[in-house]
Structures are given as structure tokens and as C-alpha cells.
Design a protein around this ligand. Sequence first.
Ligand code: SF4
Ligand code: SF4
Length: 434
Amino acid sequence: MAETVATRYLATPRTAAVEPGPDLAARLQDLRKCVHCGICLPQCPTYLTLGEEMDSPRGRLYLMRAAAEGRIALNDTVARHLDLCLGCRACETACPSGVAYGSLLEAARAALAARRPLRERLLARALFAVFPRPERVGVMLGVLKLYRASGLAALVRRTGILGRFPRLRAMESLVADVPASEPLPEVIAATGKRRGRVGLLTGCVQRHLYPHVNRDTARLLSLAGWEVVVPRDQGCCGALELHAGHLDAFRRRARSLVASFPLDCDFIAVNAAGCGSAMKEYHHWTDEPLVRGFALKTRDITELLVEAELPLGRLDGTVAYHDACHLAHGQRIRREPRELLARIPGLVLVELPESDLCCGSAGVYNLLEPELAERLLERKVQRIVESGARVIAAGNPGCLLQIAKGCRARGVAVEVVHPVELLARAVAQRGADA
Ligand code: SF4
Ligand code: SF4
């Protein structure tokens, strides 16, 4: 049998099996909603790539249910099939029975988290020591910048040593540039007729790698009549911990984020799909009223801007929109970003085939599972080339990094941007034209 990502892992030594944790066992009724119809299978990126039933939503739900019913143990084999899942939730969109796959996966991962082999626990500890802490992400990116500028990166690449460490290579190749970033003012006044007050999430990755996206977001909100509040002490939304099943850490992170925003914000605006999706579902994991209220006030930036009349000037070109999984599947937002892009005079919005198939980014999936992530990225870049677009827009920093990396590596000359960047350029053009 040809070796695949799945078979290689399954050949690795087994560790002690674990019992499902209370969160998964409590979800038995939800797990039983799956009627095994298979409608979700053609929408699942891992099933499309690996062709294995146990790497499909139906197969994974079967394993989770068997574990929750005590028929099988949550052993390494089960863990591997769950680890290969991107958590993209395309299966939720497809499912006619309303199976809440994403939260079931998170519950299963929570049951597994404490009993991972030492190597995996150390890796998780290293990742979670950095990524949910914006200040540490900044330090890490500063070191990366130095590594590149000193010429060490070129030297290391020439030795070919990174080929032996696919995860390190994936991390090294993901970030092309680390821009200089200035924090936004804590309060930005509304322009024109005031609608109310919006808190802005600046994000752990977004603030360091795409600070201009946050600037554009704040400017557009202000133009739309919102006073924008940007708390300096805001931390991480906890999405990565949620997806890894570290539920206690996630709940702490959620409480702390909620506490950093003033209570009188009408909405909390988010320009990163993964963060917004996690924040809108805070109340699934805790019944604290403040946290619940915060979740209900959370909006993707496109939901707020689509209600506004922005002064948009002409931008000639073709753009294709990539649906970030946690916007299209996690938040069911597809219309708003397309409608906003279509409003820009001169800009032609073209269809991106398989626009809602995951690009392989999926939080830190591209760092943990670089081989499968790369196969999905290859497919995404092919679709981008077929679309003929010169600009690709996506509402999530992970997708922006991943797609830009794929296009760079394959010499595909497209610009990869957040939709708010195009809107801000159109606003600037209108100003220049006036
Ligand atoms: S979340 Fe995505 S990768 Fe995982 S089973 Fe569902 S469709 Fe497949
Ligand atoms: S998750 Fe939904 S679509 Fe997929 S097999 Fe089960 S019932 Fe069918």
C-alpha cells in the first residue's frame, strides 16, 4: 500500500488509550444526529485529498460516537484521524441533519489533550507559549526578521537542513516580511453622523503582520459613523486553544478579552475570520452573562461595513474572493464581502472555483501538518490561476499568509489582500479624485 500521511502516522507506536472526557460524553445526543448519509463527504478537504472514510466527517463522527458510547478507546488511531481534520466546518455547511461538527471535534480534542504523548505535549506547550500572546508573537517575528536580515536564513536554506524538519520549514517559509507596526490610538472618533461605539479586536497575528489591515478597518468604521475603541491591553481570543481542545485555557482567555473592552460598545468588530468565529461562540462554552453578551455583540467587519455608504472611488482590476472557512462555514458569511467588493467601481469580481475549500492554513494546521496543508495549498493555487484574477481577497490573516506563500513559491503573480484593504484604497481614490 502506498504510504500516505495517515498510514505513516498510524504506524507510529501507540500510547495509552484515554477515556472520553465529560465534554464529549455529554454530547452523545449531538453525535447521534449523524445519519451517515455521506452528503458532507465531497465537501471535506481531507476526504477529497486522502480518500479515507475515517478522514471524512462521517468517519470521524463514527469514531467520536463509538468513543463516547464506550465502544472504543480514544487511542492513537482515533487521535490521528481527528488530528488530520482541519476544523474547517465545511461538513457543517453541507449537513442536512444539523450536526454541530466543529464543537464536537473540539470536545473530542479536549478529551485527548491531557493524554497526548510527551513530544506532542511539548510541541503544544511551545506553540501555546507564543501564539495566544501578542507580545510574544511580536518578539518571535522580530527574531525572524533578524534571522532573515543577518543572512542566516539564506545560509540555512543552502544547507538543505530544513528538509529534515518539515514543521520548521513550513514556519520559516510562511512569513515573507514583517512590517513595522504602530499601535492604533485607543479611541478613534466617528466621522459624520455618529452611529455608536465599536470595539476593535486587533488580533495576535493581525496586529504584527497586517497592521495596515487594522488601520484600514478602523478608518472605514470611523467613516461609517462608528467611534472605534481599541483597548491596548486586549489579549488573544483563545481560538487556537479552543481548536486544540484546551478548554480551560480558552475560557480564561475569553474572560480576559471580554474584560478588556468597555461595556458600552454596541458591537465588537473583528477582521480575522478564525477569531470572530470563536468569539461568536463563546457562550457555547460558558454561561457567564458578560461573556454571552460579548459573543452576541461580535460582528465580522464586513457585516458592519455592508450597512454603510462608503465613498468609494474607482479601482480597475479583477479580484477573486476566497471564502475563509471560519467566515463561510463558521459564521455563514459569504454575501457581505462579495457585495462590498462588487460596490467598488471598476473592480470586476470573478468566480474562484472551490472558493470555500480550505487553503490548508486552518489556524496552526499548516505548521503541524505541513504535508497535507501543502497539498491543499497546491489545489488552491491552481484554482487561483484558473480564475484569471490578479488580486485575491480573503478575510483571515492565516489564509492571507498561506495563499501568499503558495503563490510566491509557484511564481504566480497575484496580490493577496484583505477586503478592507481594497475598500480603503477605493476610499483614498475617491479622495484623490475629489
Ligand atoms: S471540519 Fe473540514 S476537514 Fe474536518 S471533517 Fe469537516 S469538512 Fe472535513
Ligand atoms: S455529518 Fe451530516 S452530512 Fe455528514 S454523514 Fe452525518 S448526517 Fe450526513
